[in-house]
Ligand binder design. Structure first.
Ligand SMILES: O=P(O)(O)OC[C@H]1O[C@H](OP(=O)(O)OP(=O)(O)O)[C@H](O)[C@@H]1O
Ligand SMILES: Nc1nc2[nH]cnc2c(=O)[nH]1
Length: 178
């Protein structure tokens, strides 16, 4: 285990099981759809790569780079698009893939943004749902696990741009923040 991690909340195996369950639901719902799986970078990178390989359908992938966090652990509420989707979404079914939904500000903004670009449908898929600090009124279509109000890292999730490469998800030792 990494020296900065206090405890592991989701092991590699736990995450694999969650990914497989969500992939089966998506296969069922998107069987007859022409859809784009859109990962929100950078946090969704590990989840997106694992999920897309488990969904046995024809679809395209794309990425948006959006950010609402600075170097800390609280959402600024302002969402910036740093890299837009690279194709037209008009008339397309969009499945957004996210690592975590917390305040909901990021997904609220991105959903409205894609609908304004005339997407046929926009659904949300997140590995982790943290409802305690929700501000925006959003509907999550696929959620892996509900987590309490703790700041988690690993499997794409960072603190100050570190720990994204950990294959598991855990919480940091308090000394890391001081
Ligand atoms: O529901 P919210 O409060 O908006 O928080 C969720 C967002 O925060 C994190 O992204 P961040 O802005 O830290 O960028 P990152 O994906 O590059 O880590 C995470 O990946 C989500 O996109
Ligand atoms: N890394 C990380 N980013 C977040 N963004 C919103 N909540 C979290 C969290 O718990 N961990």
């Amino acid at each position: 285990m990494h020296k900065d991690i206090e405890k592991i909340l989701y092991s590699e195996k736990d995450i694999e099981n969650i990914v497989n369950t969500i992939a089966k639901q998506i296969e069922k719902d998107y069987n007859d759809k022409d859809f784009i799986m859109v990962g929100l970078l950078k946090g969704s990178v590990a989840f997106m790569v694992d999920l897309m390989r488990k969904v046995n359908l024809d679809f395209s992938i794309d990425f948006i780079v959006a950010s609402s966090y600075g170097s800390g652990t609280v959402s600024s509420g302002r969402v910036n698009i740093q890299k837009d989707i690279s194709q037209s979404v008009e008339g397309k079914d969009i499945l957004i893939v996210e690592d975590i939904i917390d305040s909901g500000n990021t997904l609220d903004f991105i959903t409205k943004y894609l609908k304004a670009k005339k997407a046929k449908s926009v659904k949300l898929c997140t590995l982790f749902n943290k409802p305690d600090r929700r501000v925006a009124d959003i509907h999550i279509d696929y959620a892996g696990a509900v987590i309490p109000d703790e700041f988690i890292v690993g499997y794409g999730l960072d603190y100050d741009e570190k720990y994204r490469n950990l294959p598991y998800v855990g919480v940091l030792k308090p000394s890391v923040y001081s």
